[in-house]
Design a protein around this ligand. Structure first.
Ligand code: F6P
Length: 338
């Protein structure tokens, strides 16, 4: 078979492990793998590259994606959809493996409904994709945030300050939640829970009195002030990088507590770098599984993690509804807010 592979949406660590897993497994079947450069854009422009053993042999520990990525949405225009389908035939692809999050797999689901032979591989550092327990990229992102937390706590204690760490995660609080619990933060703010400033100040001051510093983790998606008129991407998502949630939370806390407060935003640092062991293994496994799904004719589905097993889940179950942080996790967070 001739299998096309693309990576779409924001990059994250583990993408190369997934590409490599797919190519290695495809070799067992005698398949040929073709990389589509820059996500769905690569199909539109027919920018392709052969993916052989030599190309993928050494990439398991490399961040980013060797195929490049974009947030191109062919469903913005019916002409682009037709062009995408025509180019699949023109390149001679028997099947397509789309590696991405909600947006990329949303395109894959729509193409599958139109008869395209496509299998999905879930990825996102936000871990907000439904239908799978975890996505690769998340573990690495939180590990980076934990490293930043350790450093920030050291300087916060030395100066007897409050320090706020802003992490990514868009509209789901998983990165902030895991960073908050994993770093022992005194307060963690996630988009799923509206801010109660009186409670936040009480919590921060209690911790500050006890420890002579306080450490707060905030997700970029938290609504601190009403926002309007922000730029949207191809899929209609608000771009959050100019929001400055961390600095704003720090400003308000300093005003309300009278304690010197600083903030740090680690942004895209969480997206790059060598993947953790977890992300290397998960990336490799879902890449392998995707090729097996192609051979089983499991189209319109994605390779999902369910407990410790990989299963084929319909793409329609994964897309359109974000997996946000449920109440039981919010309750767990409260246990550590003393
Ligand atoms: O979806 C992954 C993510 O890193 C989000 O956490 C973040 O809001 C967004 O992408 C940033 O997108 P961009 O790389 O386009 O700035």
């Amino acid at each position: 078979m001739r299998i096309g592979i693309l990576t779409g949406g924001g990059d994250c660590s583990g993408l190369n492990a997934a590409i490599r897993g797919a190519v290695f497994r495809a070799l067992d079947y005698g398949d040929e793998c073709i990389g589509l450069v820059g996500g769905w854009q690569g199909l539109l422009s027919r920018e392709i590259e052969p993916l052989d053993l030599a190309r993928v042999d050494e990439i398991i520990d490399r961040g980013g994606t060797i195929l490049g990525t974009s947030r191109t949405n062919p469903f913005k225009d019916p002409v682009l959809v037709q062009q995408t389908i025509a180019n699949i035939a023109a390149i001679g692809l028997d099947a397509l493996i789309a590696i991405g999050g909600d947006d990329t797999l949303g395109v894959a689901a729509k193409l599958a409904a139109m008869g395209v032979k496509v299998v999905g591989v879930p990825k996102t550092m936000d871990n907000d994709l439904s239908g799978t327990d975890f996505t690769f990229g998340f573990d690495t992102a939180v590990s980076v945030a934990l490293d930043a937390s350790r450093r920030l706590k050291d300087t916060a204690l030395s100066h007897r300050r409050i320090i706020v760490l802003e992490v990514m995660g868009r509209h789901a609080g998983w990165v902030a939640l895991y960073t908050g619990i994993g770093s022992g933060a005194d307060c963690t703010l996630i988009p799923e829970v509206p801010i109660d400033w009186d409670a936040v100040v009480r919590q921060v001051m209690t911790a500050y009195k006890r420890k002579k510093y306080a450490f707060i983790v905030v997700s970029e998606g938290v609504e601190v002030t009403q926002v309007t008129g922000e730029k949207l991407d191809d899929f209609g998502h608000m771009l959050l990088q100019n929001r400055g949630v961390g600095p704003e939370v720090a400003r308000i806390l300093e005003e309300k507590t009278g304690i010197s407060t600083r903030s740090a935003t680690i942004g895209h640092i969480q997206r790059g770098g060598s993947p953790t062991l977890f992300d290397r293994i998960l990336g490799s496994r879902v890449g392998v599984k995707a090729v097996e799904m192609v051979h089983d004719g499991d189209f319109g589905k994605m390779a999902a993690l369910c407990g410790i097993k990989l299963i084929a889940v319909p793409l329609t179950e994964a897309v359109g509804k974000l997996k946000t942080v449920p109440q039981e996790w919010v309750d767990l967070l409260k246990v550590f807010s003393k």
